[in-house]
Design a protein around this ligand. Structure first.
Ligand code: IVH
Length: 698
């Protein structure tokens, strides 16, 4: 029988045994033990986000299992960790029937709705007071899964609620869905469980960044990303997109009199958690009476932006399962549950006009000017509508009513137009044939969606390139804001990137609005930027497909920027993450004599175009060491502290895990510190300790 994962010692022992020996499992039993160790570590990593071994060690065990199964194909089981991968494309999704229909929820929007609902529920139940369980309403794509004899046998989308698409293969690529779950411990042999497939805000932003870099329009919200991904033809692509599942409902189990089956909703959530699923046990609250429900709903609405994933409300459920059963359901929704919907982050507005902006690479971006609307705490009046294909796909016309969404802290998007509201006065959006700034003819690669102005000297491009060069993540020339650059350019005081270092500050001092102090600040900032590390300069050049990470890779590979000029596309492709497209773009940049000339000028003007010794990752004192900062730092900005670590050859991690060496703790540190305390190998440092470490005192 499968074990639940609370017996950490047992799994640690198993892991150590298998890490110690170089031999492979010799029989089916040993192979299953190795699988159990791997399942446990997947659970620690993907469900608890708290791994106990290094990735390298996991890989070692995984390879061992793979080798064993290769030698003994008859030992392979369908729920082996190796069986998540390797399936062919989904030809078509089979339509399957849900065991129990997937109903909707009744909605409520305010306290009065909830009070009213509670009164009806109490009448129906014949009780003075009801115990409720409140949990978030996750904003993703519904999923229903069947486990038989502890094995995942089928996953399906919601579909029309009665029938859905069979997405079993794709669901196996979601790493926090266990292929094997110990429901038999509860006397359950067959069970249908339900939940939501989500893409976290962080993964969604990374995913959209990727789309934008490819010249594709980003998706409006994580929900669309999750529901689109779960029905993709290629399971491997599903695996790459970091989906997660949260389970919140058991719709059916057998035998009905299962010996240890839970009797409350909260206990059901706990059972799923104990069987290795992510369920909202830490987010749920059990309360008596509707006043406490309302309080919890409002408290969560305030916390909404802090959560790692999108929620669009709360769900209130009668906690007692027998009571649920007796209250029953309508054809549309259960009578024992209700959703409390948060204020929408969607609003309708009018598309008033479209402006076409020229970016630093010449890409023409249409920007919709809309009637200003207040959504999720900000007023939105301008929204990028990406490219010609997007306009066509969303069927946008000037004068249209459009639905606008701002998901969390994500950039606003037009979700769709509402053509049914057209009056006949709407106008087609005409994409220009010529650059709106320099009037040269626009060009589009046959397989791209983006029109470009190819005139590198186009004023708009030059100004955007300067703005990018001085920006925070590039040369970080403070007090050199966008408005200043535009003004200096208009006045002929600044025409190109080298011009930043030739600027006539005496002339600037004569301009209205520039006092002696601001001119001296500007001069100082320009001067200081000459010493910025090479990777910032490379990023600042704005070479297509060279983001911050790529710029660091290139800086590490080169002693001087001119080394990059000498590298062929083949040389470049030897570097980490450099594919043909990136290599061609870099080589293309250096093949242009104007660009090389610009670099020579920068060198003459005193910029540091070589890799400084302390920036060499291999040489620094922190080489090979990983750091994370938490809490509010008093002595430096977090970005400065991180830069210090990177300069000394260290690496910044995204979260607390066994891979972390040092956690530097500022004031009011929270969960990261708690988590780190549980991993003995992590050293916890105060800001003072960190400074000492930097200055070699330790
Ligand atoms: S319970 C029979 N709990 O919201 C009751 N649903 O608008 C089954 N949803 O179709 C639903 N979070 O896809 C439930 N904590 C939660 C939920 C949740 C999100 C979704 C679910 C449902 C839709 C109804």
């Amino acid at each position: 029988m499968t074990k639940t994962y609370d017996d950490i010692r047992h799994f640690e022992h198993l892991t150590n045994e298998w890490l110690k020996t170089t031999t492979l499992p010799e029989n089916k039993h040993q192979t299953e033990e190795l699988r159990n160790a791997l399942r446990f570590h997947e659970y620690r990593y993907y469900v608890l986000d708290n791994p106990l071994i290094a990735d390298r060690e996991y890989d070692l065990l995984y390879k061992k299992l793979e080798a064993t199964e290769k030698q003994h194909p008859d030992w392979v089981t369908p729920d082996s960790p190796t069986q998540r991968v390797g399936s062919a494309l989904n030809a078509a999704f089979l339509t399957v029937q849900h065991m129990v229909p997937m109903l909707s929820l009744e909605n409520s929007y305010n306290a009065a709705d909830l009070v009213d609902w509670d009164r009806k529920a109490r009448e129906l139940a014949g009780l003075e007071e009801i115990e409720y369980c409140i949990e978030p309403k996750f904003d993703g794509a519904g999923i229903s899964m069947i486990y038989e004899n502890d094995m995942l046998v089928r996953s399906a989308t919601r579909g029309d609620g009665v029938q859905g698409d069979d997405i079993t293969t794709n669901s196996k690529r979601i790493r926090n869905i266990p292929l094997n779950a110990a429901f038999s411990k509860y006397g359950i042999t067959s069970i249908e469980i339900r939940g939501e497939v989500l893409m976290s805000k962080k993964s969604f932003e990374a995913f959209n960044r990727g789309l934008t870099e490819e010249g594709l329009p980003p998706l409006a919200n994580p929900r669309n990303a999750a529901s689109g991904t779960i029905r993709m033809k290629d399971p491997a692509e599903v695996g790459k997109r970091n989906l997660e599942a949260i389970l919140y409902h058991v719709s059916y189990f057998q035998p009905a009199n299962a010996s240890h089956a839970p009797h409350s909703h909260a206990a059901m959530l706990q059972m799923m958690w104990d069987c290795g699923f992510r369920s909202p046990v830490n987010e749920m609250k059990v309360v008596k009476g509707i006043a406490a429900v309302i309080e919890q709903c409002h408290a969560y609405e305030m916390k909404r932006d802090e959560l790692p994933y999108e929620i669009d409300g709360m769900v209130i459920k009668v906690n007692d399962l027998h009571l649920q059963e007796s209250m029953g359901m309508t054809t549309h929704h259960p009578r024992w549950a209700i959703a409390f919907k948060f204020k929408a982050r969607q609003a309708t507005s009018k598309l008033l006009a479209v402006e076409f902006q020229v970016g630093r690479t010449g890409a023409i971006t249409p920007v919709a000017k809309i009637d200003p609307v207040f959504i999720g705490g900000v007023t939105v009046s301008s929204i990028s509508i990406h490219n010609q294909d997007f306009i066509k796909e969303k069927d946008l016309m000037i004068g249209d009513t459009v639905l606008v969404e701002r998901a969390g802290d994500v950039i606003p998007q037009i979700v769709r137009s509402q053509p049914e509201q057209r009056t006949g006065h709407e106008k087609t959006i005409h994409f220009p044939k010529h650059c709106p700034v320099c009037e040269s003819q626009l060009y589009k690669e046959p397989d791209e969606a983006v029109w470009r102005c190819l005139n590198a000297e186009c004023e708009a491009q030059v100004v955007e390139r300067i703005i990018h060069f001085v920006s925070k993540d590039a040369m970080d020339i403070r007090s050199f804001g966008e408005q200043h650059i535009r003004r200096f350019y208009q006045l002929g005081l600044l025409r190109d990137i080298p011009g930043i270092y030739k600027i006539n500050f005496a002339e600037i001092g004569k301009l209205e609005g520039y006092g002696a102090k601001s001119v001296s600040n500007l001069q100082q900032a320009v001067e200081q930027s000459k010493k910025q590390p090479l990777h910032r300069l490379i990023f600042g050049l704005g070479i297509r497909h060279v983001g911050e990470t790529m710029a660091k890779t290139l800086a590490r590979a080169a002693q001087s920027i001119f080394d990059l000029e000498r590298m062929t596309e083949d040389d470049l492709m030897q570097l980490e993450d450099v594919g043909p497209k990136v290599a061609a773009s870099i080589a293309g940049f250096f093949a242009n004599p104007h660009n090389v000339d610009m670099l020579r000028q920068l060198k003459q003007l005193g910029l540091q175009l070589t890799q400084t010794q302390e920036a060499k990752v291999s040489g620094g004192d922190f080489a090979g060491k990983t750091f994370l900062f938490t809490g509010s730092l008093q002595q430096f900005k977090r970005s400065q502290a991180e830069e210090l670590v990177e300069k000394a050859g260290g690496q910044i991690l995204g979260g607390v895990s066994i891979k972390l060496n040092y956690l530097v703790v500022g004031e009011d540190a929270g969960s990261k510190l708690e988590k780190a305390k549980k991993i003995p190998s992590i050293k916890i440092l105060s800001e003072e300790d960190f400074l000492k470490l930097l200055s070699h005192d330790q």
